[in-house]
Ligand binder design. Structure first.
Ligand SMILES: Cc1cc2nc3c(=O)[nH]c(=O)nc-3n(C[C@H](O)[C@H](O)[C@H](O)COP(=O)(O)OP(=O)(O)OC[C@H]3O[C@@H](n4cnc5c(N)ncnc54)[C@H](O)[C@@H]3O)c2cc1C
Length: 288
């Protein structure tokens, strides 16, 4: 195995583009190193991104959003008060990943690029409208995070491409987001269902909404019908009921020992309702 420590993303992309065998990028390593230890992945080229300047930074963008470096661990996201104030749902999704030890290393980008349908931070990023800044052998591009997952263990990144940062949009006024997951025990488990809701209000009335499910299909699922169900409402019981039905209807889950299809489908609706209520309260400045 060749271990590389590039100092720029262009160099990292160049190494990846020239590599012939199995290639992995190393961010926090909490997926890659576990997979290597288990013999599931044996990279010919392991490209450590942590020597690249700025990868550990969270910076405000000129537009009023946030630029998050690819090696920022969950613990640093959680400790960043201004980021948490803007995007509590994104932060709480990442904070659910693993334990205190895992939080010291695990990153948003690694969670996204590992390609797990149950990745906890991805629904919140998609609901927020986050973008991925990508560096490739032929230059850069910026795409919605929603376009990155391609199925279990797969992404739409092209050979040689590396994500160089994640971009969160400006929060704006009267907005709130939330992420909830169901797991069979209290922590250190993989989501059986996850749901993120991001919305904006005018008074009590929801004016914009995005509802995104995790762990109920091969990739994260945006549910426009669930968003439509609450826009123009004050989140009354009828609107929440329609939201829950739409969320359940969008599920295409697997059936396994951790949750049947029927269970996952029902829980998706329940979590969508609860996450919407929390996001609504946050949008109105209430403590939720
Ligand atoms: C004990 C334990 C508990 C866990 N609990 C959870 C949990 O509750 N919820 C959850 O969602 N996950 C969980 N995980 C999985 C893991 O911790 C997360 O997916 C984590 O966010 C991965 O981030 P990382 O930085 O460690 O990724 P890494 O292991 O460094 O990389 C993961 C993948 O992303 C690719 N990659 C990394 N950076 C880039 C980049 N910049 N551009 C392109 N590709 C890149 C790598 O090639 C690799 O395929 C757990 C893992 C462990 C070991």
């Amino acid at each position: 195995m060749r271990y590389h420590t590039p100092t720029t993303f262009a160099e990292a992309a160049g190494i990846a583009a020239a590599a012939q065998g199995v290639t992995r990028f190393l961010a926090g390593g909490t997926d890659v190193l576990v997979q290597m230890r288990a013999g599931m992945v044996l990279p010919d080229d392991l490209i450590d991104l942590k020597k690249i300047d700025g990868v550990d930074r969270i910076d405000p963008t000129p537009e009023g959003g946030w630029r998050i470096g690819v090696a920022v661990p969950g613990i640093a996201l959680g400790a960043h008060e201004a980021l948490r104030a803007d995007w509590p749902g994104v932060v709480e999704g990442m904070e659910l990943v693993g334990s205190t030890q895992i939080q010291g290393r695990a990153t948003l980008v690694g969670n996204l690029c590992n390609g797990s349908p149950a990745a906890d931070s991805v629904p919140g990023l998609v609901a927020a409208g986050a973008m991925a800044e990508i560096t490739g052998p032929d230059g850069g591009r910026v795409v919605p995070v929603a376009d990155i997952p391609a199925g279990p263990g797969r992404t739409t990144l092209q050979p040689g491409e590396v994500i160089s940062a994640l971009l969160l949009p400006p929060r704006g006024t009267a907005g709130g987001d939330a992420y909830l997951r169901f797991i069979p025990r209290t922590e250190m488990d993989i989501a059986v269902v996850g749901c993120a809701v991001n919305l904006r209000c005018d008074g009590d009335t929801v004016t914009e909404a995005s509802v995104v499910l995790g762990a109920v299909a091969p990739t994260v699922v945006s549910v426009p019908a669930a968003s439509a169900a609450i826009i123009g409402t004050a989140l009354d019981d009828t609107a929440l009921g329609t939201l829950a039905e739409a969320a359940s209807a969008a599920c295409r889950p697997i059936d396994d020992k951790r949750g049947t299809i029927a269970f996952r489908t029902e829980v998706a609706g329940v979590l969508a309702k609860r996450a919407a209520r929390i996001a609504h309260a946050r949008a109105k400045g209430e403590n939720a």
